[in-house]
Design a protein around this ligand. Structure first.
Ligand code: ATP
Ligand code: MG
Length: 680
């Protein structure tokens, strides 16, 4: 049950302020997210606001799910019906699903994954440059994405182009956008851009949404980029009931166009804003908080905060300088064993945080070797695997036959006598006659120079798709239909043909079967399921990853978490290992040599430190393997910024024997200065 007394006076004030703009600017762990949750409950219970008038935007699907769960626990599931707690992207999908036709798209539009975008851009690049690499495509896509996040359209991009990649982007961007529209497809960034366009061009819709979502809340507001900001400004127009919470010290998406000025300018942009600051941290012990405060003080542009905690000092922060990457992984595992031996801790109380996803490998290896359950957040996602993408491509085409990228992906998969030469002829013919590839396939006898057996294969392919399209339309038997389609396509046989290693082949087939489980879970959750709804979930990564059987689920509930610092935003763990505390990782080499933005790296480090509740262990290696060779590494400059009396430099070999109490006592003896910390 919700109890206002469980909040401090400032939090209570924020919860009770329901009309007009509200900015909650506060440091890590001060209860910002909790305020949003309680505010929703208060709106429902105290102010009797209908659930459907509440809109809460969070940064990740996981955060959205957890927030909904918390609110449901407090008020019951029924009371939450119609309330929207979503990410920016899923909110925009909702808006577009209802009215995208007004922008000239069809309702069954496809949402392109990164792989779909790659395919398309590579093809466009190949038309212009003979040997464009996937790196070229990535760079162009990166620039297109950056432009979209700044609301720079394909027509406006040209003027800002100077370097070779920009020139390439200026050439490709308009064509890319045109092709997407012809395929009735949108990319991830378009979801936001198009939603903004829709609301800007259609005042009736805008008014509808402004009235509809009367109470709006945004978590992690410091990472809002210009297109997201525009959307919020539109939606909150009129009533101005927008409550945003954030921490300028945790702005870590500058590299994706998020602008910390957005939060700092909120009061200017929303006149009459009530500003509330929270200063008590409820998450971490004193030493952890002191280290975080000392570190972030070194940043230049920031709002000064005085975060404090009523919790005790707790154990000091440990720093372990390891020999190499393997040694670092072993040390983490050893510490997990020790901590579990000392206190009653579950594996799920531990998190290993790193700057780049590639750092996870050595930890995964070691955890597997020791049989310790773990969950890896990020990295290669289930839906990124080739065999999974193949099946999803079928589903995408069944929903939207204009989706040429996916149509080409499945045209000859599994092999059906429509080789690359025939595909080229079909594409050329569709371009010459200005018809979609799908229309050409349906009347392939028009296409010259195709072999009779190719015609036969194309007809068979079209018939198959038509058959399953009809069968997927009533969503009643979606699961059975997918199962039958997989059988008829004989994809398992195709995998066995292509994959030499039978074990790998079996795993890939199992992954395809997992899609059935993902669909089953979707059918259970969604009250009005259909194929489009399932694909939206997949495209927005809004599922719980590959579905597991009961045993695996139980294991996952008690598993060590591995994730990047970026993904760790908003989360908390009793014990945190912040690994790779080295120049080149944290701060990342890109920020040292290219962008010169050390402040954003310091904020990342601050985010990492402030995830820890009771124990923080920093680790780094003196050497690392790179392309098979050992490379010398220097300790991170951020270690120097943490007051030495808070850090205990542990001898990796001896750390096993000392208890937290011993370490706490000896903390100040260990150092007389940072020279000693980084000395030998
Ligand atoms: P971050 O900046 O990392 O997103 P946050 O400001 O959103 O942090 P929360 O995650 O809301 O902070 O809260 C941090 C922890 O403190 C949570 O475990 C939360 O339950 C607890 N907490 C927040 N407010 C209070 C309170 N008034 N009394 C007790 N515990 C609280
Ligand atoms: Mg939070």
């Amino acid at each position: 049950m919700f109890d206002l007394d469980s909040l401090n006076p400032q939090q209570r004030e924020a919860v009770s302020h329901t009309e007009g703009p509200l900015l909650l600017l506060a440091g890590a762990g001060s209860g910002k997210t909790r305020v949003i949750t309680c505010r929703i409950v208060s709106l429902l219970q105290q102010s009797a606001v209908p659930a459907r008038q509440i809109l809460a935007v969070t940064f990740t699907n996981k955060a959205a799910r957890e927030m909904r769960q918390r609110v449901e626990e407090m008020v019951g599931r029924k009371a939450c019906k119609g309330m929207v707690i979503a990410t920016f992207h899923s909110l925009c999908v909702r808006i577009l699903k209802a009215d995208i036709e007004r922008l000239g798209y069809k309702k069954n539009f496809s949402i392109y994954s990164a792989a779909d975008q790659q395919q398309l851009v590579r093809r466009l690049l190949r038309d212009e440059i003979v040997d464009a690499s996937s790196k070229d495509a990535d760079q162009v896509l990166w620039q297109i994405s950056a432009a979209k996040n700044q609301l720079i359209g394909p027509g406006d991009f040209i003027s800002s182009s100077r370097d070779p990649v920009s020139c390439m982007t200026a050439l490709i961007y308009p064509r890319y956008q045109k092709e997407l529209k012809a395929y009735n497809a949108v990319d991830f960034d378009d979801l936001l851009v198009l939603a903004v366009q829709l609301l800007e061009k259609h005042p009736d819709l805008l008014e509808h949404y402004q009235q509809f979502y009367r109470y709006q809340m945004v978590d992690e507001y410091q990472d809002t980029n210009p297109v997201q900001y525009r959307l919020l400004k539109l939606l909150a127009g009129g009533h101005g009931n927008l409550c945003v919470v954030g921490d300028d010290d945790q702005s870590i998406y500058g590299f994706r166009g998020a602008d910390v000025a957005t939060i700092l300018n909120f009061e200017r942009d929303f006149p009459g804003t009530r500003l509330i600051k929270l200063e008590q941290n409820y998450r971490s012990t004193g030493n952890i908080l002191a280290a975080a405060n000392a570190l972030i003080k070194n940043n230049r542009q920031r709002k000064e905060k005085a975060l404090w905690t009523a919790a005790g000092a707790g154990p000091p922060i440990d720093y372990l300088l390891c020999d190499d990457d393997q040694h670092e992984a072993c040390q983490v595992i050893e510490r997990i064993h020790i901590e579990r031996g000392r206190r009653e801790l579950n594996y799920s109380d531990f998190a290993i945080l790193y700057r780049t996803n590639s750092q996870s490998r050595s930890f995964e290896e070691q955890l597997r070797y020791e049989d310790i359950p773990y969950v890896l957040i990020g990295g290669q996602q289930f839906f990124d695997r080739k065999e999974v993408k193949d099946v999803i491509a079928y589903l995408k085409v069944l929903l939207n036959p204009l989706d040429e990228v996916n149509l080409l992906r499945i045209l000859n998969y599994p092999k059906r006598n429509i080789g690359a030469g025939s595909a080229d002829k079909l594409i050329r013919y569709s371009a010459e006659t200005e018809q979609s590839l799908w229309s050409v396939l349906k009347q392939s006898e028009q296409v010259p120079e195709l072999q009779p057996r190719t015609h036969e294969a194309i007809n068979g392919f079209v018939e198959l798709l038509e058959k399953y399209r009809k069968r997927f339309q009533p969503a009643l038997r979606m699961l059975e239909t997918l199962r039958e389609m997989l059988q008829e396509l004989q994809l398992a046989e195709e995998i066995y043909r292509q994959e030499n290693d039978p074990q790998k082949a079996r795993r890939r087939i199992e992954n395809q079967e997992e899609i059935l489980n993902a669909m089953a879970a979707y059918l259970e959750r969604d009250p009005e399921p259909d194929l489009a709804g399932f694909l939206d979930k997949v495209s927005l990564f809004d599922d719980d990853g590959p579905k597991q059987n009961d045993k695996e689920k139980k294991l996952a509930q008690n598993a060590v978490t591995l994730m990047s610092l970026h993904s760790s935003k908003g989360l908390e763990f009793p014990v945190v290992f912040l690994v790779g505390m080295e120049e080149g990782f944290l701060p990342h080499k890109k920020s040292i040599y290219e962008t010169f933005d050390i402040d954003e790296e310091r904020r990342l480090c601050y985010v990492g430190i402030t995830r820890a509740e009771r124990q923080l262990v920093l680790l780094g290696a003196g050497r690392r393997r790179k392309y098979g060779k050992l490379e010398q590494r220097d300790p991170s400059r951020f270690l120097v910024e943490i007051p030495p009396e808070l850090l205990v430099r542990c001898d990796p070999e001896k750390s096993i024997e000392s208890t937290p109490e011993q370490q706490e006592k000896s903390a100040s003896n260990f150092f007389s200065g940072i020279g000693q910390l980084l000395g030998d």
